[in-house]
Design a protein around this ligand. Structure first.
Ligand SMILES: C[S@@+](CC[C@H](N)C(=O)[O-])C[C@H]1O[C@@H](n2cnc3c(N)ncnc32)[C@H](O)[C@@H]1O
Length: 303
């Protein structure tokens, strides 16, 4: 999202979810309400939109943006992994659509006190819910060099072991600038991304257990969809997109018996039909909103 909170691939998301008047849709990462606003317009006064976010500040801003829709919109402070509870809390057993627009938004990257960005100095926090869990500084100080190398590797950082050793050597690291300086002290080959970008992203993923949340959230989203209901997921890096792609492929396959089994013994049925094979934003959208650059949209219909 840019500073103007432009929702990414919003027309493609609407085409995929196809929310009709009266539909009930969950926006599992409502953020600043950009996608939610367009969905709320489509579902009309008889529809319902359940907007979830683990960040109270994002929810406050979404509430302002979505105020005009009245009680068509319900906002819930929760994590994706509790999506089923949010649906049950609205008095429904199933919904017609679920959108997951992963990662962080402009309030995180543009607020130095939240500690997500190395472009300005601030405390090394990175919690999407600042009322819960360990900060990035605490995580860095607690992990051994080996464990830290694992976190960096999972986040796609090249040379994770060398960097982890250097970061442990630079302890204590309490601010975003200290972390960026410590990363810069390790000679790196020139790459597409600034080395600190990937290190910050890897730590953010670990601090917020983003992969665990995504995997549990995807299962909860499918469980909450009625047959024929649609799921749309926007991811912003290969670690996320790979998980979404694998999950949808497995759920589409159904039977997981070894190929040598003459008859199916697992009884597993396909739970989704994938819609397309993943879409990227148009070059004109990337020109208008550079944050859309890395987006991948995947979708599926519940069987
Ligand atoms: C890319 S932004 C969403 C932007 C939104 N679609 C819009 O148009 O304004 C992602 C949001 O997801 C939230 N988020 C990330 N992981 C979450 C999780 N596991 N549970 C709930 N919210 C999460 C973040 O706090 C952030 O507000």
């Amino acid at each position: 999202m840019s500073g103007a909170h432009v929702p990414v691939m919003v027309d493609e998301v609407l085409e995929l979810l196809d929310p009709v008047p009266g539909a009930c849709v969950v926006d599992g990462t409502v953020g600043l309400g950009g996608h939610a606003e367009r969905i709320a317009e489509r579902i009309g006064p008889s529809g319902c939109l359940i907007g979830i976010d683990r960040d109270r500040e994002a929810l406050k801003r979404a509430a302002r943006r979505l105020e005009r829709f009245g009680n068509r919109v319900q906002l819930v402070h929760a994590r994706l992994s509790f999506l089923r509870d949010a649906v049950a809390g609205s008095g429904r057993s199933h919904v017609d659509g679920v959108l997951l627009d992963l990662g962080v938004c402009s309030i995180h990257l543009d607020t130095p006190e939240r500690g997500f960005s190395f472009r300005a100095d601030g405390p090394l926090d990175m919690r999407l819910d600042p009322s819960a869990g360990e900060t990035a500084a605490e995580l860095l100080s607690r992990l051994t060099a080996d464990q830290l190398a694992g976190v960096l590797r999972d986040g796609g950082v090249p040379n994770p072991r060398r960097l982890a050793t250097a970061l442990k050597h630079h302890q204590p690291i309490d601010t975003t600038r200290q972390l960026a300086d410590a990363v810069r002290s390790v000679p790196q080959r020139r790459r597409r991304h600034h080395p600190a970008t990937l290190v910050f992203q890897a730590l953010r993923i670990a601090v917020n257990d983003e992969f665990g949340e995504l995997e549990t959230g995807l299962v909860a989203a499918l469980d909450s969809l009625r047959p024929g209901g649609r799921l749309a997921v926007l991811s912003y890096h290969s670690g996320e997109d790979r998980r979404v792609k694998r999950f949808l492929a497995e759920e589409e396959r159904g039977c997981i018996c070894p190929p040598e089994m003459p008859v199916c013994g697992c009884g597993r049925q396909a739970r989704v039909r994938r819609i397309g094979r993943g879409r990227a934003p148009s070059s004109s959208e990337i020109g208008r909103n550079p944050r859309a650059r890395s987006a991948r949209l995947r979708g599926a219909e519940r069987c």
